[in-house]
Write a protein that binds this ligand. Sequence first.
Ligand code: ADP
Length: 167
Amino acid sequence: MEITLVQGDITEQQVDAVVNAANSSLMGGGGVDGAIHRRGGPEILEECRKLRASQYGKGLPTGQAVATTAGRLPARWVIHTVGPVHSRSEGRSELLASCYRESLRVADELGARSVAFPAISTGVYGWPMDDAARIALEAVRQADTRVEDLRFVLFDAAAYAVFEARL
Ligand code: ADP
């Protein structure tokens, strides 16, 4: 597996699967989530609603992942995962690592070979970028996956620099 870093907007990535830093409601939100739904169109939310109704009545648990269509994005699937909120004391690092592992497990189920990740939990959920980068890189390096092209798409130069230093 090749790990690359990209500075930019995750909704522009031409990959098999884009990972969304969703919230457990799966009903959309700000940050990456807002950008994905805006750019991908209503089809994504429609599938999220169905998932809520069929499998995740109480919401998608933190650290888990589930796939939908990517709608109009230049990708085939969106893999939604729920990162932990940094300030909550709930075995947090393990849950953040789980987001990456579970997203890759879902990617393998789909047959995705290229996957783009945002820096999960580092926005509204308040995780310090350096610690998040350490956990993310460790989790994907340890993962047993058939994904060949794994990209971290960092929104700004500061986040990119932090990931670059860690890589
Ligand atoms: P969380 O709720 O998991 O913290 P956010 O979406 O608030 O998720 O933020 C996660 C990270 O994604 C932040 O570092 C934020 O700057 C970044 N981000 C926001 N929009 C985009 C985008 N369009 N593409 C890539 N990264 C983005």
